[in-house]
Design a protein around this ligand. Sequence first.
Ligand SMILES: NC(=O)C1=CN([C@@H]2O[C@H](COP(=O)(O)OP(=O)(O)OC[C@H]3O[C@@H](n4cnc5c(N)ncnc54)[C@H](OP(=O)(O)O)[C@@H]3O)[C@@H](O)[C@H]2O)C=CC1
Ligand SMILES: Nc1nc(=O)c2c([nH]1)NC[C@@H]1CN(c3ccc(C(=O)N[C@@H](CCC(=O)O)C(=O)O)cc3)C=[N+]21
Length: 207
Amino acid sequence: MEKSFRVSLSSWISYQHINEQNILNAVSIEKDVDGFHPLNIGRLAMRGREPLFVPCTPKGCIELLHRYGINIKGKKAVVIGRSNIVGMPAALLLQREDATISIVHSRTKNPEEFIREADIIISAVGQPNMVRGNWIKPGAVIIDVGINPVEDTKSPRGYRLVGDVCYEEACKVASAITPVPGGVGPMTIAMLLSNTLISAKRIHNFQ
Ligand SMILES: NC(=O)C1=CN([C@@H]2O[C@H](COP(=O)(O)OP(=O)(O)OC[C@H]3O[C@@H](n4cnc5c(N)ncnc54)[C@H](OP(=O)(O)O)[C@@H]3O)[C@@H](O)[C@H]2O)C=CC1
Ligand SMILES: Nc1nc(=O)c2c([nH]1)NC[C@@H]1CN(c3ccc(C(=O)N[C@@H](CCC(=O)O)C(=O)O)cc3)C=[N+]21
């Protein structure tokens, strides 16, 4: 009994250890609606190549900029955060749109120096109210990706959601800012549906 338990325990451990890279490599690139497969990310990074799918949250950020008529070409943009799912692909997309980008991360010294220069700010950090009003260039456009729960005893859930940007301060300085909730979050979901539709149409040779 004990011996067989040991054997099954070791196989259980190898089953439970989900390896992110193995999973991402296993997803068929034609069905990679998250846009996380290394081939898709590689194509996103290369000039003259097109990814089959653009990651949903960064795609939603660019869609918001387009829909609100915000010019990206030639603008200074800062992306705060460099994760594989948001910050890095957001920076690649802005660069593809001919912005000049800076990427700020946890090892950046004096992040506000970079942020103050930017015409467009995309923040994907996960730190409530990190970006203050006096870090923002007057007239800048702010896309706040952060979804951060903060304790709020007055809310029925016991918490409320805030972004990475101090909204009350930033809305006085920015020319446009996305709220949290009701900003990028719902766009992510819409872009996942958009990518799923693109995938289905391609698979069925549908226009
Ligand atoms: N609205 C939406 O649809 C989505 C929202 N989110 C939200 O966006 C936020 C970020 O998500 P995700 O990218 O997955 O998070 P990760 O934790 O994977 O990445 C956070 C990034 O922020 C950087 N960072 C951390 N602290 C600081 C700091 N003090 N100053 C500057 N940079 C810092 C990290 O730097 P380093 O690389 O050096 O560690 C890292 O690159 C979260 O709040 C998450 O919930 C995420 C996905 C979708
Ligand atoms: N591989 C991966 N893919 C993701 O897509 C992913 C992830 N990891 N890690 C965590 C973040 C977070 N995220 C959210 C998406 C939408 C809302 C959303 O729609 N929020 C609503 C509010 C919802 C509420 O009130 O609870 C809003 O902002 O209006 C929130 C959070 C996706 N993420």
